[in-house]
Design a protein around this ligand. Structure first.
Ligand code: SF4
Length: 203
């Protein structure tokens, strides 16, 4: 059995200026405060969309430029399952670019996926030298080594970018710390505005 998705979305905003199909996979290993996809993280949204349905969508849209695997957290799935799906997509449309979104907790998966994907969007949720703040943001222990390995593996790939949400607890000084931490890397860093999710149960 292949992957099952909760939903998809067409956008030109997720990968800047490229017409992309974003696929949402259920489940995640973190519990970030104000997570927009918390229902999906908890598996409360039915994942009815099959690989076949997505592949049909890809073949119906030959001008599609990118496919983004998002969630949830795609790396909670076995890399072999993700790679098998990506191979099918690339067989249908060899020029399509593939990006995987990740919270930076599974460098092993990133290493395995790297052979076939064109980049990663990696979240940096707090200054890595503040593990307690990172834990506050994600409600899980912070693994700095995993984040650093993920960033190193993903850095410099054509579609890689690093992302931080400007949470209320991230002061300008803390954002500066993240900026300094990311300085040695070459991929761009985006800071997204915070949007509160009052019904998110992760508190
Ligand atoms: S990493 Fe955090 S924000 Fe992203 S899906 Fe998981 S819980 Fe939500």
């Amino acid at each position: 059995m292949g992957l099952r998705f909760v939903s998809y979305l067409y956008t030109t905003k997720d990968v800047p200026d490229r017409w992309s199909l974003v696929l949402f996979l259920p489940y995640c290993n973190l519990r970030c405060r104000h997570c927009h996809n918390w229902r999906l993280v908890l598996g409360r949204e039915p994942a009815r969309l099959t690989e076949e349905e997505v592949l049909k969508e890809v073949s119906n849209n030959p001008l599609l430029e990118c496919l983004v695997l998002s969630g949830g957290e795609p790396t909670v799935y076995p890399p072999s399952l993700l790679l098998s799906f990506i191979k099918k997509v690339k067989k249908l449309n060899p020029s399509i670019l593939v990006r995987v979104d990740t919270n930076g907790t599974n460098p092993k998966a990133v290493k395995a996926l790297k052979e076939l994907v064109d980049g990663f969007a990696v979240d940096v949720k707090a200054p890595p030298d503040e593990p307690e703040l990172y834990r506050y943001a994600t409600l899980k222990p912070f693994n700095r080594k995993a984040l650093e390995e993920t960033l190193t593996l993903a850095d410099g790939m054509p579609l890689t970018l690093f992302r931080t949400t400007r949470y209320p607890w991230l002061t300008d000084e803390k954002l500066k710390k993240i900026e300094r931490f990311l300085k040695p890397f070459s991929s761009p860093w985006l800071v997204n505005e915070f949007v509160s999710v009052p019904d998110c149960p992760f508190v």
